[in-house]
Design a binder for this molecule. Structure first.
Ligand code: GLN
Length: 492
């Protein structure tokens, strides 16, 4: 019997088809693995064992009727930012501690229709604001490669769950790096699709012009498979793109011969962690050896403004989106105050954590009438410049490659004292959201970091043209085929 908690989706599907394993056995193996390791990893906010076993039984019935489908009967973990009918959705916040949505997020419904088996909802930074899960109102998830380090964030629970073998794949959301960064730090594949590619219906809103849902998987083929299931127009999301979605698995093995690859200089700064640099350089050389035409001298000069632009636009949108948590409509509600305004103030004062309050204050300030032009409007103008620089680069290159993060996983508590230090972890990921582009993180090696010499994973970022996920996946697969990082498992 193969090791069930190390399987990819396609390996699981093959075993299920050949009746060598049942969906019930896969679900039970995931639940057993969670029981064995999650006390240490702490990836899950809510476990849904009963629902998982019921979904697995239903999947086994569909399989018995020879129904095929890659996701049919395979265990998945869902970031707690996506609403699930009948299962609480906390968004990592006390504000939504007891919140049970009356409907399913479109992406979750699509997975369930395809026969997915949900084992639980994963931990995250409160309202997806953070890079380490340390902003979760509940607890911090730990990096399966070194339990004293963060898994990244905000989708740290989803990344850790896949890395630790607690689910075969997971969904997360990425507003400024929240899929790619934790994927890199946990050594799994994570992809943010093009803005508009995936429905945001049922995704609790952080920054609506930046948010996008995407998968965490153990290999690139699985990412393509999950994208096939979750992408596509949704009438419930006005920003979801119309038109057909391609089969993302079709071009996967086509290789990179002749592919034009650009390496932006701004993403390889002098102070980049030397181990990260070495892994990324090796990965670029591997693409070159496969026949890609690599140019290491691409300029995206406005990259240096991206962090500032993001930290005006994202908090501005957040301040508007989070106005709905007033203790009246849903979620936590303080009732012992002196009247309505006092109750509302105390609801927000007690329900939100410090980082969320910081974002609301920054955003409210940037949008206020006296400062709107100086901050919000200016940030929007620079956003356009950043997007145009990418557009110009994509006239010459098919994909851009870069590191995902400036360092490997940092220690728990290392950056909590200085929000700016924490924000800096996303310098290489958030420009991609600002421009609405697709981006993937694929494991590209391990580095020894710190006195303990722990082996920590590093991620390679591949960025593509809008709606050209197929080329991003093809390049990621070509690299993955040259490296065997996926075979390594964390020492849990
Ligand atoms: N770490 C970034 C932030 O705190 C990005 C978060 C995300 O992508 N959701 O805003």
């Amino acid at each position: 019997m193969p090791d069930l908690d190390a399987l990819t989706i396609h390996e699981s599907a093959a075993l299920l088809r050949r009746r060598e394993v049942s969906s019930r056995e896969l679900a039970q193996a995931a639940l057993d693995r969670i029981a064995a390791v999650d006390g240490r990893v702490r990836a899950f906010l809510t476990l849904t064992a009963d629902q998982a076993l019921a979904q697995a039984a239903a999947a086994d019935r569909r399989l018995a009727q020879d129904e095929a489908g890659e996701l049919l009967g395979v265990p998945v973990a869902i970031k707690d930012v996506l609403v699930t009918k009948g299962v609480r959705t906390t968004c990592g916040s006390k504000m939504l501690e007891g919140f049970v949505a009356p409907y399913e997020a479109t992406v979750v419904r699509r997975l369930f229709d395809a026969g997915a088996v949900m084992v639980g909802k994963t931990n995250m930074d409160e309202f997806a604001m953070g890079s380490s899960t340390e902003n979760s109102a509940y607890f911090t998830t730990r990096n399966p490669w070194d339990l004293s380090r963060v898994p990244g964030g905000s989708s740290g629970g989803s990344a850790a769950a896949v890395a630790a073998g607690e689910a075969t794949y997971a969904l997360g959301s990425d507003t400024g790096g929240s899929i790619r960064q934790p994927a890199a730090l946990c050594g799994v594949v994570g992809m943010k699709p093009t803005y508009g590619r995936v429905s945001r219906y049922g995704l609790v809103a952080f920054a609506s012009s930046l948010d996008q849902v995407g998968p965490f998987t153990r290999d690139v083929r699985d990412t393509a498979t999950v994208l096939n299931a979750i992408c596509g127009h949704d009438p419930c999301d006005a920003t979801s793109a119309p038109g057909e979605t391609p089969d993302f698995t079709a071009q996967l093995e086509a290789g990179v011969r002749g592919l034009r690859v650009g390496v932006p200089k701004e993403y390889m700064p002098a102070d980049l962690h030397p181990g990260v640099r070495a892994c990324v350089e090796d990965a670029i050389a591997a693409l070159e050896a496969q026949g890609a035409a690599v140019d290491r001298d691409v300029a995206l000069p406005s990259t240096k403004a991206a962090l500032a632009v993001y930290y005006i636009i994202a908090p501005s949108e957040a301040s508007a989106n989070l106005a709905r948590y007033d203790g009246v409509k849903y979620g936590f509600s303080y009732q012992q105050g002196e009247g309505m305004w006092d109750n509302m103030e105390k609801t927000r004062g007690l329900g939100f954590g410090p980082e969320v309050k910081r974002r609301i204050m920054i955003g409210t300030y940037a949008l206020s009438s006296g400062y709107y032009d100086a901050y919000y409007l200016k940030a929007q103008k620079v956003r356009t410049i950043i997007r145009r620089e990418f557009d110009a680069a994509f006239e010459k290159y098919d994909v851009l490659v870069a590191p995902v993060t400036p360092t490997p996983a940092f220690r728990i508590g290392e950056k909590t004292g200085d929000p700016y230090e924490m924000y800096l972890n996303d310098v290489f990921t958030l420009p991609v959201n600002i421009a609405g582009l697709p981006g993937i993180s694929v494991p590209c090696g391990f580095v020894a970091d710190g006195p303990s010499g722990d082996e920590l994973p590093v991620g390679l970022q591949i960025i593509g043209k809008p709606f050209d996920e197929a080329t991003v996946l093809r390049a990621a697969r070509a690299y993955e085929a040259t490296a065997s990082w996926a075979a390594r498992r964390p020492p849990l």
